[in-house]
Write a protein of this length. Structure first.
Length: 376
């Protein structure tokens, strides 16, 4: 029987992700449209986005926060090209995006003293193998595998190197230990459901010191430059962006931050993601044809939850067929696994998703699998 209860919002894409509950275009009527981002109003909006980010995420006062071009990818690339090369670097990779950073460092920057620590999808590398004397580049949460680091305890307090953390599907949904992190990047379109193309770059005092004391041996495009004459370009961290931002997207991000405060701040946002994951954990425990791609709950994502079909009798391409069928029914959009990941389903459970919708989705997943299996 086809389920009778549908998710009210069928948006389970892992990026761009669901808008916040109650979102409407009318909420953005105060956007500084048709105004220069260099105007007093434009700069104030950008500075407000930085200040409210600091408050909601609990970023220390001595860390710098900047809005940068090209989403999380731009923020990570800016950090890699501007900071690496001063020390050996440990590159951690266990899914597509982490492997992309490895490619950049090995094949583009061509760092000879780069060490790669890899793991298969569903696992993470042995974190104890990292060196506190090296820079470390890693994703906090592997968006395409659903595997995350369990905490920051493996990072030395007295480290000599910098930690560069791609936290795009972790920020606002998982606790980030700021004292352990020197560079943190994320994009608005993940946990907060904002619009694309804008990245956030957060720098510790140690990262700022590296920028001011070290000049990489390769040329830096203008879009990556964070210093001038050895001094930090302070405007980047006060609302004077390197390129032209969308003020409509800025207003949308401000709206998302206001919603985050209204649902209990950071702890409320984390709690919503955890509650969504808990719904799927209960369902998987009761369902014999499905399991998590990540077997260890300690490293299982609460946002980009990846599932694999374990029924030996499952037809080939079942996950892809299920995704198409559920989209056709209008109950789940974009839940097929990432193209480079093992075949399976990926359900976004970040804070903007309601647990009731995840609960409704599980019945549809059961229905879709039985439908695909019986028709094969």
């Amino acid at each position: 029987m086809k389920p009778t209860v549908r998710p009210e919002r069928p948006h389970f894409s892992s990026g761009p992700c669901a808008k916040r509950p109650g979102w409407a275009l009318e909420n953005l009527s105060d956007a500084a449209l048709g105004r220069s981002h260099r105007s007093k109003l434009g700069k104030a909006k950008l500075k407000q986005a930085i200040d409210e980010t600091r408050a909601l995420l609990g970023v220390p006062e001595d860390y710098r926060i900047g809005i940068v071009p090209a989403s999380d990818t731009g923020a990570v690339e800016m950090a890699l090209w501007s900071l690496l090369g001063a020390r050996p670097v440990d590159m951690l990779a266990w899914e597509s995006f982490g492997k992309g950073w490895v490619t950049d460092v090995i094949k583009q920057l061509k760092l000879a003293d780069a060490r790669v620590l890899e793991a298969d999808y569903g696992e993470i590398p042995d974190l104890s193998q990292t060196s506190p004397d090296h820079d470390i580049v890693f994703t906090w949460n592997g968006t395409t595998s659903g595997a995350r680091v369990p905490d920051g305890d493996w990072i030395a307090d007295d480290r000599a190197g910098l930690t560069i953390c791609d936290a795009t599907s972790a920020a606002f949904a998982m606790p980030l230990p700021w004292a352990k992190l020197d560079v943190v990047t994320y994009s608005w379109q993940k946990v907060m459901g904002g619009e694309a193309a804008h990245g956030m770059l957060i720098l510790s005092p140690r990262a700022v010191e590296r920028l001011q004391s070290y000049t990489p041996p390769w040329p830096l495009p203008k879009i990556f430059r964070l210093t001038k004459g050895g001094a930090l370009i302070e405007g980047v961290f006060a609302g004077a962006t390197i390129n032209t931002p969308s003020m409509l997207c800025v207003e949308d991000y401000l709206d998302a931050l206001a919603w985050g405060r209204a649902v209990g701040g950071l702890s409320g946002l984390i709690g919503r993601a955890d509650a969504n994951l808990a719904v799927l954990e209960r369902w998987v425990a009761e369902t014999d044809w499905i399991d998590f791609l990540v077997a260890d709950p300690a490293i299982r994502s609460s946002t980009s939850v990846c599932l694999r079909i374990v029924d030996p009798a499952a037809p080939d391409g079942a996950a892809k067929a299920m995704s198409a069928l559920l989209e056709e029914e209008g109950v789940a959009y974009d839940i097929n696994g990432y193209r480079d990941a093992p075949p399976g389903l990926r359900v976004w459970c970040g804070a903007t998703v309601d647990a009731g919708d995840v609960e409704a989705l599980t019945s549809w997943l059961d229905w879709a699998y039985l439908n695909i299996k019986e028709s094969s």
